[in-house]
Design a protein around this ligand. Sequence first.
Ligand code: ZN
Ligand code: ZN
Length: 154
Amino acid sequence: MQILSGGCHCGAVRFTLAAPPIMRSYCHCGICQAFNKAPYADITLVQPRHLTVNDLAAVAFQTYRRPPNVKRGRCRNCDQPAIEHLNLPGTRALTIIPTRNFDAATALPPARMHGFYDCRVEDVADALPKYSGYWASQLGFASHLIRAGIRRRH
Ligand SMILES: [Zn+2]
Ligand SMILES: [Zn+2]
């Protein structure tokens, strides 16, 4: 399935998934804006154990702020966001893949929410829940993860 593969712009960092992603979400926080060079991030969350990356040495990781502990990785060649490792308190470690990196991004499920909406640089006219502020965003994120089945055992 094409939905389960993708890579960075130049193709140096390629990935495959052994199972469908957990969920997709938008984040308007300042770090996501800066990291993605975009008004907000369109991110897809996957289980790290389902993810295979062809060449992790091609990814340059940087930690911007903690908590939450997010290690954000760019391709060393094209400098595009490649993968990010997320460790939120109380949940399992997750991996974030920029949605546009999927080969069939348009086939992914719709996003479930907007986080850090108070940091937005532009309004978004959709019916998704919008969370403002650090704690509301984190709790909203966690509750959507649970509803998406993060606790489900495979
Ligand atoms: Zn690249
Ligand atoms: Zn963010």
